[in-house]
Design a protein around this ligand. Structure first.
Ligand SMILES: CCCCCCC/C=C/C(=O)SCCNC(=O)CCNC(=O)[C@H](O)C(C)(C)COP(=O)(O)OP(=O)(O)OC[C@H]1O[C@@H](n2cnc3c(N)ncnc32)[C@H](O)[C@@H]1OP(=O)(O)O
Length: 266
């Protein structure tokens, strides 16, 4: 399935880029509300991700926002009328996690604010690159609520209990440098270079077999979801499985023949 990039989105922009046209860039585009995550935006994001997920030409996806905000959180004005019974009965937020379900690698390129749901959205991605003015935080506590899609769980697994507790209980933001220090972000980059570097990363990943990249992503994510023993078992089985692929045979042959591998994703 090839996404129609001319489709007129209301809340996002989409583009396919890179030398091999194999990196998709999704830009959150709701500038007046600092990319606050309203239902309409999340639906469009989900639609674009599903389409790129099925597009065999796409090897990696970059998710970004504006220079001022990656996303300032869930749309507080839209959430305002929520009631407990509506949240429970409508399973509020259940459909907002498409990013975490995407099988292809997703790189978050974060400039400006990544707060609340915005920080959680970045954490659903596989790798976070940050502009040096980026700010991360879970300020829900100040609104009388708590994070709802990973702020108490993914954040804690990534930065540890003490830092996550400090961020969630105070609502204080951390800057890009601190985010890198605690392992939330893998690289800090000047803001005007951020997207270029994130696309380059997507292109580098795209030089490998998409099939093996998918298995590898699943294996790494398993570390967050199981015990070490179970995770190691998964890893070993995935490793065994790679030897049944044409791409593994090709990768090994190419090394021995001292030439670049030509992967076919099979
Ligand atoms: C991936 C799934 C997500 C699921 C979410 C699950 C649960 C999550 C809950 C939340 O995320 S709660 C929200 C957490 N975020 C916040 O509390 C941040 C709120 N925003 C701010 O504190 C400030 O806007 C700012 C980011 C510090 C920037 O301040 P600044 O003074 O520079 O700009 P403002 O004038 O405040 O904002 C401009 C404009 O944008 C509107 N806006 C900002 N954030 C939101 C938001 N989260 N929801 C709705 N609207 C937002 C703000 O109201 C202004 O608009 P106008 O009022 O001028 O029309």
């Amino acid at each position: 399935m090839i996404i129609n990039t001319n489709k007129s989105w209301e809340f996002i922009k989409t583009e396919v880029t890179g030398e091999k046209k194999n990196v998709a860039v999704i830009t959150l585009n709701r500038p007046k509300a600092l990319n606050a995550l309203c239902n309409g935006l999340m639906k469009e994001l989900s639609t674009a991700l599903k389409a790129y997920g099925k597009d065999a030409n796409i090897s990696a996806i970059v998710l970004t926002g504006s220079e001022k905000a990656f996303a300032a959180g869930a749309d507080i004005k839209e959430m305002a009328p929520n009631t407990y019974s509506q949240c429970i009965q409508g399973n509020f937020l259940n459909d907002w996690t498409e990013v975490a379900r995407t099988q292809k690698p997703i790189i978050a390129a974060v400039n400006g604010y990544a707060l609340g749901g915005g920080c959680e959205l970045a954490m659903m991605c596989d790798i976070i690159y940050a502009g040096d003015k980026a700010k991360f935080g879970q300020p829900e506590i100040a609104l009388g609520t708590i994070p709802g899609v990973g702020g108490t769980q993914r954040l804690t697994r990534v930065v540890g209990r003490s830092k996550a507790m400090e961020m969630c209980l105070t609502g204080n933001m951390i800057n890009a440098q601190e985010a890198e220090k605690v392992g939330l972000v893998s690289k800090v980059i000047p803001p005007d270079q951020l997207l270029v570097e994130a696309v380059k990363l997507g292109e580098k990943i795209g030089t490998h077999s998409n099939l093996i990249v998918q298995l590898c992503k699943e294996a790494v994510n398993t570390a967050f979801e199981t015990t070490l023993e179970e995770g190691l078992k998964y890893e070993r089985r995935f490793n065994h499985a790679t030897f049944s692929t044409i791409d593994c045979k090709e990768g090994v042959k190419a090394f021995i023949e001292k030439r670049p591998a030509k992967f076919i994703n099979e």
